[in-house]
Design a protein around this ligand. Structure first.
Ligand code: IMP
Ligand code: MG
Length: 177
């Protein structure tokens, strides 16, 4: 396991727990998509660590790509206006797309992204998220594969940031308000 000098925030999930979950979900995804062409579409920047662990556990042929979508304005208040800041490079026509997310919070960003991707006529679109915060959901969007459910806390680590910091922490923790 990765050693760090000092723990930031209160730990919710250790690296060991996350790797175990990546193994379980990777195996499930490999079974579900057996014999199919799969594109793993990671959302920048938060999903990078989760995606790298997950894809190592997927045994079928996959291609990867990245997309970046952000709600207008920073901070915790989502305006509902979403902008694609880095588009998909790959042709998604007739492909099975699995969006890899860090966390589904209000669902605003992901709903926009899913509708945006649907215009490219993929064969299917599903969502695999490391974390799900269902208590805050506003948009009709749900994870098909969920690592862990979390309460309404401000989460950092394992890709998730606070003001662009803490993405490198090898665990998921929360900051106390
Ligand atoms: P949503 O549109 O409200 O579902 O959230 C969009 C994005 O906000 C997520 O993909 C995360 O990048 C970020 N986010 C939501 N909740 C948290 C959190 O607790 N910690 C850090 N980032 C978060
Ligand atoms: Mg995200």
């Amino acid at each position: 396991m990765t050693e760090v000098a000092e723990t930031k925030g209160k730990i919710l999930f250790t690296e060991e727990q996350i790797l175990q979950r990546a193994k379980e979900l990777g195996e499930e995804i490999s079974r579900d998509y057996a014999g199919e062409d799969l594109v793993l579409l990671g959302t920048l920047k938060g999903a990078v660590l989760w995606m790298s662990d997950l894809m190592k556990n997927i045994s079928i042929d996959t291609k990867i790509d990245f997309v970046s979508a952000s709600s207008y304005g920073s901070g915790t208040m989502s305006t509902g206006i979403v902008k694609i800041t880095k588009d998909v490079d790959m042709d998604l026509f007739n492909k099975h797309v699995l969006i890899i997310e860090d966390i589904i919070d209000t669902g605003t960003t992901l709903k926009y992204l899913r509708d945006y991707l649907a215009e490219r006529n993929p064969k299917s679109i599903k969502i695999c998220t490391l974390l799900d915060k269902p208590s805050r959901r506003k948009a009709e969007v749900y994870g098909d594969y969920i690592g862990f459910e979390v309460e309404d806390l401000f989460i950092i680590g394992y890709g998730l940031d606070y003001d662009q910091k803490y993405r490198n922490l090898p665990y998921v923790s929360y900051l106390e308000g």
